[in-house]
Unconditional design. Structure first.
Length: 499
């Protein structure tokens, strides 16, 4: 079977431990805009602080969450299996193992994954293997300092941890020069703990991203998701792609990427030569403003910029990407939306939802975000938005909110026109007008909800391809790809390694 890109979130929490929302609602939320997900329960913290005078609230929160998960674990496994049987999203069970010394890890395994504890990541892997599992034990928010729940490279093993989470609602831990430094209450981004520092030290691993949402909303747009180049649509195929490091870490966009070094693709290893061919082909979701090769070895690293096509209002017939966004209003404003977009004189090639946690009551079990209908020239969807500044890229993993987005790919000439109708009225504009500027509309006033049809990005700005020859880093080194879009979203493509 030919491999294809699937996109999901392997790190999201809900009220099965500590977090918000039911497990069933979390899985239903995932079904609305993801290919796969893992709802993760907080399970263990072997070196948790014990000083009640200073940490009583923290201790109560975690011990309470751990106890809830012990009781809920059979239901989590059953609900995960039921989601797989429905077939709308691939679900994989997981639980979180905290550690101040070694950093936090998530354990992934079979449909019968047991809840087991240990003192170290190696011990956790051994316990799971003794129970018949072939587990992945994957570190996350690695960029905090060692000893403060960041990664400990001395206990890292790529066989159990073939990919690391380099972006989440905590921020980016790729490198010191990466966008989105840590902003959570656990501290700062430590250079020695970043992914690039680990690569320079000779460790081999791929990249992934996950929201670490505690809102029960897998794939909250802008807080992280992972793309896997999978040879099938099943838990086993997704885990195999992770083991092979065929991954892209993204803040949110579902990219299509081909990245090769002397013909060897993402996550692979290739014999070093003095002159090596690099092939890069990217189909992004907005104008690409930065495309970079990151090259390094034991001596250090460097950033090699690749050419991009600057944005321009010049119109050329063909494919364009247009984001329709609904939300805004005063902080905390919640609005329900019914939206329909129609393409006149053109073709709707694709319509991709990028949804966010909207704010809902625990008893609301049905998802509020879903695509209702899709045709060759129209798409209709319903959603709820919750206005909050942290709903964009990065930000908090509690009550995140933010505008809801549907990305339209429209093929048309200068006569093609887009018409979008919602509760705030109708926006109409031709493709040439949208290439030149976005168009928005308020509802009642500036304090209320609003809708925006963002600038249409022509294909020349988001579909890029390069072939070049480089003098690579030394044997033992690495080359990976980093991308930034005009809308602030970013992605990191797993390295190819040099033997």
């Amino acid at each position: 079977m030919a491999a294809s890109w699937l996109w999901g979130d392997l790190h999201v929490h809900c009220a099965v431990s500590y977090g918000f929302g039911t497990l069933e609602r979390a899985l239903a939320n995932a079904e609305g805009h993801l290919d796969f997900c893992s709802v993760t329960g907080h399970a263990f913290w072997p070196d948790m602080p014990t000083d009640v005078e200073r940490h009583d609230a923290l201790i109560l929160k975690h011990l309470g969450g751990f106890a809830k998960l012990q009781r809920a674990w059979p239901d989590l496994l059953a609900s995960t299996a039921a989601a797989n049987a429905r077939g709308r999203v691939v679900a994989i069970p997981s639980y979180e193992w905290h550690s101040r010394r070694h950093g936090d890890h998530n354990a992934y395994g079979s449909a019968a994954l047991p809840l087991l504890d240990a003192a170290t990541p190696a011990g956790l892997e051994a316990a799971l293997r003794a129970a018949g599992e072939d587990p992945l034990v994957l570190p996350h928010h690695i960029g905090y300092a060692t000893g403060y729940r960041g990664i400990d490279w001395s206990s890292f093993d790529p066989r159990r941890s073939p990919v690391l989470e380099v972006f989440s609602s905590h921020g980016s831990s790729e490198a010191d020069d990466a966008p989105y430094p840590y902003g959570e209450n656990m501290g700062f981004r430590q250079g020695a703990s970043t992914a690039r520092a680990g690569l320079v030290a000779g460790h081999r691993f791929g990249f992934q991203a996950g929201t670490d949402s505690h809102d029960g909303y897998p794939g909250h747009y802008g807080h992280g998701r992972v793309g896997v180049l999978a040879e099938g649509r099943s838990p086993a195929a997704i885990l195999d792609a992770l083991r092979a490091r065929r991954t892209v870490a993204s803040t949110g966009p579902n990219l299509a990427v081909d990245f090769e070094l002397d013909g060897v693709g993402i996550g692979g290893s290739v014999a070093r030569r003095d002159a090596m061919r690099v092939h890069v082909a990217v189909r992004a979701t907005d104008t690409v403003v930065r495309l970079e090769l990151i090259e390094g070895d034991a001596s250090g690293w460097r950033v090699r910029p690749l050419p991009v096509v600057p944005a321009s209002s010049a119109f050329t017939a063909g494919r364009h990407l247009v984001r329709v966004e609904t939300g805004w209003g005063r902080h905390g404003t919640i609005a329900d939306w019914n939206v329909i977009a129609r393409v006149h004189g053109g073709r709707l090639v694709a319509a991709t939802p990028y949804f966010r946690y909207p704010g809902y009551a625990t008893y609301e079990l049905e998802p509020t975000e879903q695509v209702l209908e899709r045709g060759e020239a129209h798409v209709a969807w319903t959603c709820r938005s919750r206005s909050v500044p942290s709903g964009a890229v990065g930000g908090t993993h509690h009550q995140a909110g933010g505008p809801q987005t549907l990305l339209l790919e429209v093929d048309g000439d200068a006569d093609a026109r887009l018409e979008v109708t919602s509760e705030v009225g109708t926006i109409e504009a031709t493709l040439p007008q949208l290439v030149a500027a976005s168009v928005g509309r308020y509802g009642s006033d500036v304090t209320g909800p609003a809708m925006v049809v963002q600038r249409a990005a022509p294909e020349r700005e988001w579909a890029l391809e390069h072939d070049l020859t480089i003098t690579p880093p030394a044997a033992g080194g690495f080359v990976y790809l980093r991308l930034m879009q005009a809308d602030g979203q970013a992605a990191w493509v797993s390295p190819v390694f040099l033997d």
